[in-house]
Design a protein around this ligand. Sequence first.
Ligand SMILES: Nc1nc2c(c(=O)[nH]1)N[C@H]1C(S)=C(S)[C@@H](COP(=O)(O)O)O[C@H]1N2
Ligand SMILES: [Mo]
Length: 324
Amino acid sequence: MFIKKRPSWALPWSEVTPEPIFRDRRRFMVGSAGVAASLFAPGLLSAASLPVSGQALMSDRMPRFSTDEKQTPLDDVVRYNNFYEFGTGKGDPARYAGEMSVDPWSVTVEGACGKPGQYALEDLLKPHNYEERIYRLRCVEAWSMVIPWVGVPLADLLEQFEPTGKAKYVYFETLHDPEQMRGQRSRFSTIDWPYQEGLRMDEAMNELSFMAVGLYGKTLPNQNGAPLRLVVPWKYGFKSIKSIVKIRFQEERPKTTWEMLAPDEYGFYANVNPEVDHPRWSQKRERRLPSGLLSPNWRETQKFNGYGEQVAHLYKGMDLRKQY
Ligand SMILES: Nc1nc2c(c(=O)[nH]1)N[C@H]1C(S)=C(S)[C@@H](COP(=O)(O)O)O[C@H]1N2
Ligand SMILES: [Mo]
């Protein structure tokens, strides 16, 4: 899990002069966590307190996309994961995701857009400033977390490919590489790899939709979906697809992995909704991590995970009991 080599999309500290950074709010990453933390980002965890060693990321705090709720300790964020490419146990991703190499990384962009192609990750990210947004994420299995993500608004990222009028949906795909992903080699796996997800275009362009490249001020740990993963905070966690290698704009609604696997349990929309139970369990409550046997930390689940003001209008006129 220790990233020895600086990812190719990270600028070394020595190549960055502080002044233009403040002036232009340019995106950049630094090679030295200590320097970044002490000089520019008071409140960031010091490198020593991190169980994973990512590259420090500089970002603008976005108070409008933030919450005062207690943040889930990094330890839980990196040790309790769903990333079936590395196994179905919550501890499997932390154990095995280090077997995936995330540098170099490229993303194929195709379909209804003016600028399809294969892009090196650094080229995708170059035009953007990083933001830090503290979002709740609620898993369909009824746990939830509050995480300070670093990344770029999904709308900004997608607009650079100039989607056309035919782009009604956007499809995302995770890396498929059984050599690096032991879950894809497993003969017990029922998933038809690669992992696939999608959003309606207006959902993707909503101001909340976010493409994360980091959390807690550093590049993403592999188990959380390095080097880039979606965060769609009003939807169940499975919409937040990890380790993305393909983006496609299309006219038809894409099939998604969980929808294909169990259409009665997982719909395309997957909006967090306490009124619609999962067929096998209630969705009215959630365990906020850290959650133990003695202090499970239950709380009421909010519709749209509490983001209704920003997104409820997207679903006007839809019966969310049927379009789950
Ligand atoms: N490629 C891929 N992305 C994925 C998953 C997965 O199994 N494979 N699991 C999803 C589910 S169910 C959840 S709850 C979140 C968990 O994200 P986290 O481990 O960073 O908390 O990732 C989502 N993204
Ligand atoms: Mo999930």
